[in-house]
Design a protein around this ligand. Structure first.
Ligand code: F3S
Ligand code: F3S
Length: 113
């Protein structure tokens, strides 16, 4: 699967969302997250991100490999304000913005200038 890493945090450009043929890029509060099981590895999202936040899982820079787990955790952990994990919603548009983040992103101080 493809993974969204640190550069998306507090940026959330959303250009990637338009490109995904299976609508598997979900909106949190401070970042977006790619569903690791719904992603079909088409690669369409990666080149359109203006801050180069998206990587194929095997190509994530070493310092950002924890984001592989954090993207998955967004769906398997129970997010703040919810009573169950998201699981596999089968479409980000249908789900809408969640307003909540996976643990690693949630722990970060404000990013950017
Ligand atoms: Fe984030 Fe880049 Fe998409 S900033 S929302 S991964 S286009
Ligand atoms: Fe979607 Fe393809 Fe990216 S399935 S998440 S646009 S790799």
């Amino acid at each position: 699967a493809y993974v969204i890493a640190l550069p998306c945090v507090d940026v959330m450009d959303r250009a990637c969302v338009e490109e995904c043929p299976v609508d598997c890029i979900y909106e949190g509060g401070r970042s977006l997250y790619i569903h690791p099981d719904e992603c079909v590895d088409c690669g369409a999202c990666e080149p359109v991100c203006p801050v180069e936040a998206i990587f194929y899982e095997d190509d994530v820079p070493d310092e950002w490999t924890p984001y592989i787990t954090d993207n998955a955790d967004f769906f398997v952990e129970t997010l703040p304000g919810r009573d169950a994990p998201l699981g596999s919603p089968g479409g980000a548009m249908k789900l809408g913005p969640t307003g909540a983040d996976a643990p690693l992103v949630a722990s970060l101080p404000p990013q950017g200038t």
